[in-house]
Ligand binder design. Sequence first.
Ligand SMILES: [Mg+2]
Length: 317
Amino acid sequence: MALTEFSVIGEFFKLDAAYGHSPVIGIGDDCAILDVPAGYQLAVSTDTLVEGVHFLPGSDPVHLGHKVLAVNLSDLAAMGATPAWVSLAITLPNIDEPWLAAFTEGFFALASRYSLRLIGGDTTRGPLSITINIMGLLPTGQRLTRSGACVGDDVYVSGAFGNAGLGLLKARSGAADLTDVDVAAYLRPQPCVELGQALLSVATSCIDISDGLSADMNHILSASHVGASIEHSAVPLTKSVVEHVKQLDDVFWPYATGDDYQLCFTVPAGVDVGSLEKEGRTKITKIGVIEEDLGLRLVQQSGESRELNKGYEHFDE
Ligand SMILES: [Mg+2]
């Protein structure tokens, strides 16, 4: 017998009772009710992933459950927030129990890593899409924003760039091997939650890279009314991406491709960032400097400087 909407919620969405910040009222009533602890503010973000736009048709639901949550956790990371609560709306062509079981397996495996509590769920019938509303906690008055970068600040990034873009190309050809750094970056992005928290007391601005380093860094520059130069030779690229760039003969490619979910942030020159990698549990690299001249410049080894403004476009738009 097919499950009704209500039993779907009961079967698959209540699996999180063992961990996370307890809501006053959680799943099962008309609304959830939350107590924000004294001395904290709520950071809230929403993101939708649509099949054929943000993920490939027929994607493995375990990976999808991870990725949809990772993408939203990445937004909390960009503000320095600690994950607390999440609600989940799934539109499915039909109620597919094995699909839901696999999706929730991926979703809850990542949620439990951050003690993130599911407080509401909804299912409707239609083309596959998933919407998440995520909530995190910030000590009152503390936050990372896009608007605080100052002339002279150093520009840093976490991890490496271009792997998810290359992973998408590989996944389109059917690759699913998670030991491949590119495929793993595309299918199983790891949000930089710990780094975001560690940056709260250090960084002047921060953003997560969803649409490409160039597009997202330009958001920081516009919001902060500054410009920047990036040293191409300093930008962390894996062997596979360097090889791909050579094949394409397009030095801009790693800056224009999206889905990496690394953080880009600015730190005043001279501030000690020595403990950030340990606290943030990820590699960080200085790639450039904030300047007064507006715009984003890529400086190549030859000394040639070119304007960077290309962004990522979702693959079927
Ligand atoms: Mg973002």
